[in-house]
Ligand binder design. Structure first.
Ligand code: ADP
Ligand code: MG
Length: 249
């Protein structure tokens, strides 16, 4: 169920591509200027980027270089001040808010840097809520939540609340939640920072299988050498300027 082979889809001819299996994530001339009062700060400068379907793509760069900003824009969580973003052949920067929300629910699993778990809910309920939002309910949702938590190595902690979980365990709940509903694109902001070596390995192997066997595209901000080991490409951001092109395999 989780590892069905998929291909990119959608109309790529409008953006000059005729290889639908490539270019799952495309940024064209993406700029971001943060403005507060008189102060104007350019966080991203004309980012052009194409991330291939089925790749594990890493984004690295010093703190403050714009990594979270770029990831948020590519995930449709933040609107760029200029430029276009295409996911699976559809321009998300043109979508209405409601269409974008639906598109994100269906296609993107996002792992936040600070986990974003609901404190009053157990690990299983945290995953179930996301499944419910995606239209999977009742016993089916309970079963899928259990399977997802087992996959990240948390089968025994399903009934614990975030406060009773370690940092690494919370992070794994966040990862299980991002995988709920089988999204085609998985994005993560420093997903293994809090993971010890054993759980880190479990999660990395899972992400690798999702990309290589499930055809998911995985985009991660990370400096974790264990992830870089399984990555296909690494790009670097520095002062809002993207340097792409390091192919690892
Ligand atoms: P990174 O994730 O690489 O650390 P960020 O994308 O978080 O970088 O931030 C890039 C730059 O943009 C930083 O200088 C940060 O201070 C600035 N920035 C981020 N968010 C905002 C915001 N909402 N308003 C103003 N400046 C911001
Ligand atoms: Mg960041």
């Amino acid at each position: 169920m989780l590892f069905t082979k998929r291909r990119g889809q959608g109309d790529f001819s409008s953006i000059g591509l005729n290889r639908p299996e490539r270019g799952t994530i495309i940024a064209k001339g993406v700029e971001m200027v943060y403005q507060s009062g008189q102060r104007r700060f350019q966080a991203l400068e004309e980012v052009d980027w194409e991330i291939n379907c089925g790749d594990i793509q890493i984004l690295m760069g010093p703190s403050g270089s714009g990594k979270t900003t770029l990831l948020s824009i590519l995930a449709g969580l933040l609107t760029p001040t200029a430029g276009e973003v295409y996911l699976l052949g559809e321009e998300i920067t043109k979508m209405s808010r409601s269409k974008l929300a639906r598109f994100r629910r269906q296609n993107i699993g996002f792992i936040f840097q600070n986990f974003n778990l609901f404190p009053a809910l157990t690990a299983a309920e945290n995953v179930e809520v996301v499944l419910n939002i995606k239209g999977i309910r009742g016993r089916k949702a309970r079963y899928q939540a259990q399977v997802l938590l087992e996959q990240v190595g948390l089968g025994f902690q399903v009934n614990q609340k975030p406060a009773d979980l370690s940092g690494g365990q919370k992070q794994r709940v966040a990862i299980a939640r991002a995988l709920a509903g089988n999204p085609q694109i998985i994005m993560a902001d420093e997903p293994t920072a809090a993971l010890d070596s054993h759980s880190g390995h479990t999660v990395i192997e899972l992400l690798r299988r999702l990309a290589k066997e499930g055809g998911c595209t995985v985009l991660m901000v990370t400096h974790d050498p264990r992830i870089i080991d399984v990555a296909d490409r690494v790009a670097y951001l520095e002062d809002g300027v993207l340097r792409d092109g390091t192919t690892l395999r």
